[in-house]
Design a protein around this ligand. Sequence first.
Ligand code: TRP
Ligand code: SF4
Length: 331
Amino acid sequence: MAEATRTPKRVVSGMRPTGRLHLGHYHGAVKNWIEISRIAECFFFSADWHALTSEYKDTSGIATAQREMFADWIAAGLDPERCTLFIQSHVKQHAELYLLLGMIAPLGWLERVPTYKEQQEQLKEKDLNTYGFLGYPVLQTADVALYRADAVPVGQDQVSHLELGRELVRKFNHHFGPVLVEMQPYLTDVPKILGLDGRKMSKSYGNAVELGEDSESARKRIMVAVTDPARKRRYDPGHPEICPIYHLHRAYSPPDRVEFVDRECRSAGIGCVDCKKLLLENLIPALEKHRAARAQLKEETIDELVQLGTEKASRVAEETMAKVRDAVKLT
Ligand code: TRP
Ligand code: SF4
């Protein structure tokens, strides 16, 4: 399952604070975090500085989005007793290590990261022509190296950033001595969850189902969601593998039902409306359960947890930075 060959000892991962989590966040990341927090020491943080690398024009929503995100992590099952939760910008050592790594980060490496050119071309409405955006993977490397983590649970889309991170750590250690730890990606096979319009699930596309979405809203949106476009009529056979509804079945329905849907979709034995109703039988209770768990969580409790987590993270980060400053002879 996991790509890392050894069992990880210490793990770091972060997420940009974009508000309430959707099913894509859960199945693509948080579920994996919950599992790994049972076997390794874990640090999970809100990557608020990373949010600024592409969204500096309006920062007003970050604080609220961050609270919503932490609440969703915990309500989804991340146990704050088993991991350290914190805010990136509250641990200033991230900025210090980022700066030092920036001194040795070759421009060519950064320009060659596939997402760099890709996003500049695709996200024309954003200003990605900045030093901050180019430096994104350097900041991400600092985030992980600061905790001397050996593994990073990330999606496939982040693997090129990590590869750069490993090379940067190697370069640092080569010049200054073996202080930092090379991180490995910790990938798990996550079932792909498509958005309700068939594109990647993303808040900005308006095609996402929130983890705690109101049942009525979820029901209505599922009932009008895109399915396999080949199924224009009831008797047209379908291809479940490209259908967002089938992806959700795989994540929420019991195995015998998933098999049933797969078979009956291909043979046009079942219509999309009925297929969606079957999905709702299991999806709606899952959303309700999440909402109930969230309602139990108090804002003050979350703030306290994050405060404690930030203190713990700062201690570990400072230990590393003391060694780094020594190595660079900045003492
Ligand atoms: N780049 C990650 C994302 O956009 C967030 C992130 C920032 C991160 N720093 C990290 C993930 C360090 C893992 C480790 O989702
Ligand atoms: Fe999708 Fe179900 Fe329709 Fe097949 S029957 S296309 S899986 S909604």
